[in-house]
Structure formats: structure tokens, C-alpha cells
Design a protein around this ligand. Structure first.
Ligand code: AMP
Length: 420
């Protein structure tokens, strides 16, 4: 082992499971790519104020978990803890909202950073696929993003999960509720930290996982009972569209999530096989974020799905993706002359789209054939100088063990016919 290991809370993605990881990214984003969402990539670091203003100064994500740094030039930067603030910043910067149709629909794939207590399913660098639909207030858009997330999880074969749904109200009804909640929380027996949180962001107390706190919240006022008529109608419309699309959901009146910018629709996908770190994705509507970042009013909705946890959820459900073999053909050359000829053929096969690998540094045929076996290839190509003198290579079916000579010239067509 080297002197170094990956930093705490991070891990290396290695073959063969890295292929599954790539496939998960591909499948989680596929529903977006066929629904009008364009790909966006933003820097992994931003002006730290983007996150403190956008995500919220009082959130754990910003106040406790953000990686911050000062550059040699004196700029204060933060490693992105989430994607939405950056995507809205990029949209405003490039004026995407003025240039084309609204909503601006974007998707992203990338790594995010939170200095969290590391444990299984909770990492300090993790991957998300995200979707943001910026600049439209329409319950159909909320339903669209939720349905696309559900389709994404289903396409991986996942089924042991629930969609939790709530409405956080808007700037009309949430303040009324906030006051009622603050009054209620003031009467509880809370520790210093929680009391402070109750003052800065009382809704987040509802999200407290500790039983001692939850026991006291049984009679807490619920936002659901304070929603204004517009928010109520909006919520009902979202629910009706989800139901019509066959997407089941569970009401969770205490679902507030850890970011400040959410309004109205909020949701989380939780998986039954992951223990404490059960959220495999979440999101919601964030109508005020653009204005918080100095832009115009751009009501928006979006989500982030956790790739690492989706991977763990699939493991928990015993789902193995049927991925194409990384190597279909494995070539073994016996002798220098054979090596040169076979190397040329390998390049030809690869250019023809057949996944081919070659044994390097062959010492004995026995070892080389072991490598062929380990590669998982369906066929081995074996050629010695005598074969080449006869203008053939030996094609060995690795499953049956059957071996036949194939004309060098006919090699690509022969293998293509085998539908590799
Ligand atoms: P959030 O922005 O917290 O709603 O995160 C969205 C999704 O990203 C969550 O539902 C998780 O699946 C995933 N996620 C968030 N934080 C972590 C973490 N520290 N480690 C692994 N996955 C995470």
C-alpha cells in the first residue's frame, strides 16, 4: 500500500463497480435528456457568498459543512455543497432566461462537497444528477420533475422507496405559520443549539431527528393547516397530476429539507434499505432564489438525486445491471512477429466497434490464457508465427472451449457476425 489513502469521507470508484456507477448516471439522466433538459456544467467552486446567500446562512450545509478557501489573490471561495445556486447563477449570468423559452430546463452531473460526519451513505464528496426548471410557476412543471425522478429510479429497477411530499407555502402564508410555530417552540424544553435554530429557522426544528425533540413536536402546528388558497390549489394540482401519472406519494407534513430556498412543493425520495441515510433524492420549488441572487423573479423547481446512495440502494435490493461486457475479444500473440500483426488487427477490431483487449508482456501461453479468462471476453484470438504463416488466427470460444482457425482477412467480418 502507498503512504497515502483517500481522504476521510471519500472513496475511489474502481472497476468493475465503477461501470455500474457510470450506468447509474446515464440512466438517472436519461429521462431528462428526452424531456427538453439541456446539459450544464458549472465550476466546483464559487464565490462563497453565492452559497451563504442562496442556500442560507443558517443551514448546516453552509454554516457547518461547507469547504471554504481563500485564494492567493484573496478571493473567498466555497466548494459547492449543492447544485441549484450555481445553476441559477449561471442562468442569470448568461441571460438564458431572456434568450429562449421559459422555463430554462437544465440538467447536471457532478461532485459535491460537504464536511459531514462520514459514514456509509454519507460522504464528504458525493455525486448527484440534478435537474432545474427555471422561470415558470406551473404545477405541471413540479409534477414533471417529480415524475422524471421517479422514472429514473424505476428505470434502474428500484422499487423499495417512497416519495414523500409536502408544501412549504409561499411568502404570503409561510410567515403566518412561522409565527405560530415560533410561539409553539418557545414553550418547549429545547437545548441551547436547538433554541437558537428555532429563532433563526424554526421550520428546521421540525426536521430534527432526535426522539426527545420529536416527542415534543406531536402537537406542533402544521404548515398544511396554514396554506393560503393559492398554495393549497397549487399543491392539489401537483398531486392530481402525479396520481394521473401513476406516481405514488406519501404526505409528510414535517418534510422541510435542509436548504432555505424552498417554497411550495418539496419532496424527498427515501429508500427502505439504507438505514439512517435513506434519502436517495430530493428537491422542490424555489421561487425566491433568483431574486436572492440579484436576478429577476424566476419561479423555479428542481431536484438532486444522489448517485452514491442510488448505488447502495440497488445493492440493497440485489439489483445487478445487465451491462455490456467491457471486453468481448482478448488477443494473445505468441511471438514477436505475431504480436505486430495481431496488434494491427486489434486496432482494426476496435475501430469496427468491437471491444477488444490484448495481452501485453506475454511470457507463457498458460498465463496469457488465464488473462483472457479473467477479462470476461467471449472470444480469445490466439496467433503464433506458424498460424500467421498460414494467414490465420485461432478463434477460441471461451464458453465452449471450441477453437477454429479464421482467415486474417475475414477476422473483422467473422466477429461482427457474432454480434459483439
Ligand atoms: P440534498 O441537497 O441534501 O437534498 O441532497 C440531495 C441528494 O444527494 C440526497 O437525497 C442524497 O441522495 C444525496 N446526498 C446528499 N448529501 C450526501 C452525502 N453527504 N453523501 C452522499 N449522498 C448525499
Amino acid at each position: 500500500m502507498s503512504t497515502f489513502t483517500a481522504p476521510k469521507g471519500t472513496y475511489d470508484l474502481l472497476p468493475p463497480s465503477s461501470a455500474t456507477f457510470l450506468a447509474i448516471r446515464e440512466r438517472l439522466s436519461a429521462p431528462l435528456r428526452r424531456s427538453g433538459y439541456g446539459y450544464i456544467e458549472t465550476p466546483v467552486f464559487e464565490d462563497i457568498k453565492l452559497f451563504s446567500r442562496g442556500v442560507g446562512e443558517s443551514t448546516d450545509i453552509v454554516s457547518k459543512e461547507m469547504y471554504s478557501l481563500t485564494t492567493k489573490g484573496g478571493d473567498e471561495l466555497g466548494l459547492r455543497p449543492e447544485g441549484t445556486a450555481s445553476v441559477v447563477r449561471a442562468t442569470l449570468q448568461a441571460n438564458l432566461h431572456k434568450l429562449g423559452n421559459l422555463p430554462v430546463k437544465l440538467w447536471y452531473s457532478g461532485s459535491f462537497y460537504r464536511y459531514e460526519r462520514a459514514q456509509k451513505g454519507r460522504y464528504r464528496q458525493f455525486a448527484q444528477i440534478g435537474a432545474e426548471a427555471i422561470g415558470a410557476e406551473d404545477p405541471a412543471l413540479d409534477a414533471e420533475v417529480i415524475i422524471l425522478a421517479d422514472d429514473a429510479f424505476r428505470s434502474l429497477g428500484l422499487s423499495n422507496y417512497q416519495l414523500l411530499l409536502n408544501s412549504l407555502g409561499d411568502k404570503q402564508c409561510r410567515p403566518v405559520y412561522r409565527t405560530a410555530l415560533v410561539d409553539f417552540l418557545a414553550g418547549l424544553d429545547l437545548d441551547e443549539d436547538t433554541r437558537r435554530r428555532a429563532e433563526i429557522n424554526p421550520l428546521r426544528v421540525l426536521d430534527d431527528k432526535r426522539q426527545s425533540v420529536q416527542d415534543q413536536l406531536v402537537d406542533a402546528p402544521m404548515l398544511r393547516d396554514f396554506l393560503c388558497e393559492e398554495c393549497k390549489a397549487y399543491d392539489e394540482q401537483v398531486r392530481a397530476l402525479l396520481t394521473a401519472a401513476g406516481v405514488a406519494f406519501v404526505d409528510d407534513p414535517k418534510l422541510v429539507r435542509g436548504l432555505d430556498y424552498y417554497t411550495r412543493t418539496t419532496f424527498e425520495f427515501v429508500h427502505g434499505g439504507l438505514g439512517a441515510q435513506s434519502a436517495i433524492g430530493g428537491g422542490g420549488r424555489y421561487d425566491g432564489l433568483s431574486e436572492m441572487l440579484g436576478g429577476p423573479a424566476l419561479p423555479s423547481v428542481g431536484w438532486g438525486l444522489g448517485v452514491d446512495r442510488t448505488f447502495l440502494a440497488m445493492e440493497a435490493e440485489g439489483i445487478v445491471l445487465d451491462l455490456p461486457a467491457t471486453t468481448s475479444v482478448y488477443a494473445v500473440a505468441l511471438g514477436e512477429e505475431a504480436k505486430n500483426v495481431l496488434f494491427g488487427k486489434v486496432t482494426e477490431l476496435r475501430r469496427a466497434g468491437i471491444a477488444t483487449d490484448l495481452a501485453f508482456g506475454v511470457k507463457t501461453i498458460k498465463n496469457a490464457m488465464k488473462s483472457a479468462d479473467r477479462s470476461g471476453a467471449r472470444f480469445a484470438l490466439v496467433a503464433g508465427d506458424r498460424d500467421l504463416a498460414a494467414g490465420v488466427v485461432q478463434l477460441k470460444d471461451m464458453t465452449t472451449g471450441e477453437q477454429i482457425p479464421v482467415e486474417l482477412e475475414a477476422l473483422v467480418t467473422t466477429l461482427k457476425e457474432k454480434q459483439l
